[in-house]
Design a protein around this ligand. Structure first.
Ligand SMILES: Cc1ncc(COP(=O)(O)O)c(C=O)c1O
Length: 359
């Protein structure tokens, strides 16, 4: 007996596997905020829990107003999603048909490929230079079928970024009908002067969309909250494809509260800045290559020798109750991605890498 058959392109999808965790120890596999979230967001969640019988505001007006005020942008050109992942999915639904192409960097964030597959579109990947997005390689691969170019800047899992001038050069080289999505999931962590999340480009251009998340610096990954800012026509298309109540009321309340807590954001960024350098330098000192990261994680490259490979280190760390992310699925079987944790967690990570080097 044969039951209902999903579409062939749906059956080709390998479901996304999130970061794993052990019953105890450190979970450094999902780039979460080791400082938790703002106490104001926690209080807002408790307050919101008193009205769970009510549907949320489907337009997330108060949250969009709070985002608009924070970034000095037009609330009418913001749309919120159940995580930025949902925004990518809505974009695919609105813009991609079978036979279309999305373009991304070789080690681009996995969800872009998944949403393209859901729409039967192909993913074209442009090679990187030193695990960094290569604008020329992207531009060379634009075809008449290209509908969306996704650039995570900084990128996950590599941690690298390209300067704003390069983003502008990429945009200038794209046909007007191609949507450039600038995924700034880790934007708040970047300290470099030549970096920009691209809000002004999204404000001015008809084909640039910026996506942001509350999952990283705001520490609200559990609530699933993200947003996008860009041209009216793209925001309109996302509104048409989203569910009527796609962002729940608890997430909306927490997001508003989180945006008001500059001190928590500053603390999270300062912690990451210091610990990123400390962890990276310490791992490098054990003889391994650490790619320069501006995110809240580092990508470590291992030797191709028996007992020294990434999989060996992964098992070694797990035995010490430290779970990091294997990045095989990104085509980086010789690497592991390590999220920056609390000082205590990072001390244990450093000790584990030192012990691995001596093992
Ligand atoms: C580059 C990048 N974009 C987007 C996301 C998804 O964020 P969200 O939790 O808002 O769906 C992640 C999460 O890890 C990410 O690394």
């Amino acid at each position: 007996m044969t039951g209902p058959q999903p579409l062939a392109n749906i059956l080709e999808i390998t479901p996304y596997k999130g970061g794993q965790k052990l019953p105890s120890g450190w979970k450094l596999s999902s780039n979460e905020n080791p400082l938790g979230c703002s106490p104001r967001a926690q209080a807002a969640v408790i307050e919101a829990s008193k009205s769970l019988e009510l549907y949320p505001d489907g337009s997330a007006a108060a949250l969009r107003d709070a985002i608009a005020a924070k970034y000095g942008i037009d609330a009418g050109r913001i749309v919120c999603g159940s995580g930025s992942d949902e925004i990518f999915q809505l974009l695919a639904r609105a813009y991609l048909s079978p036979g279309d192409e999305i373009l991304q960097s070789q080690h681009g964030f996995l969800v872009y490929r998944l949403v393209a597959q859901q729409s039967g579109a192909a993913t074209i990947s442009a090679p990187e230079k030193d695990l960094t997005t290569d604008v020329d390689a992207l531009l060379e691969r634009v075809t008449a079928r290209t509908k969306i170019v996704f650039v995570a800047n900084p990128n996950n899992p590599t941690g690298t970024y390209i300067p704003y001038e390069e983003i502008k050069r990429l945009h200038a080289g794209l046909p007007e009908n191609v949507l450039l999505v600038l995924d700034g999931a880790y934007a708040e962590y970047v300290r470099n002067n030549d970096y920009s999340a691209g809000m002004d480009l999204a404000g001015e251009m008809a084909n640039v969309l910026v996506t942001r998340t509350f999952s990283k610096i705001h520490g609200l990954a559990a609530l699933r909250l993200g947003w996008a800012y860009g041209p009216e026509s793209v925001i309109d298309a996302i509104h048409r494809t989203r569910g009527p109540f796609n962002v729940n009321a608890v997430a909306q309340a927490a997001g508003i509260a989180a945006l008001s807590d500059d001190a928590f954001m500053a603390r999270s960024a300062a912690h990451n800045e210091a610990e990123l350098i400390r962890v990276g330098a310490a791992i490098e000192k054990t003889g391994l290559k650490v790619f320069p990261s501006v995110g809240n994680f580092v990508l470590v490259q291992f030797d191709d020798r028996d007992g020294r490979r990434a999989a060996d280190a992964d098992a070694f760390l797990r035995a010490r109750e430290i779970v990091v992310r294997d990045v095989n699925v990104y085509g980086l079987p010789d690497c592991l991605r390590v999220t920056i944790g609390t000082v205590e967690a990072n001390d244990d990570v450093i000790a584990a890498f030192e012990a691995f080097a001596k093992s």
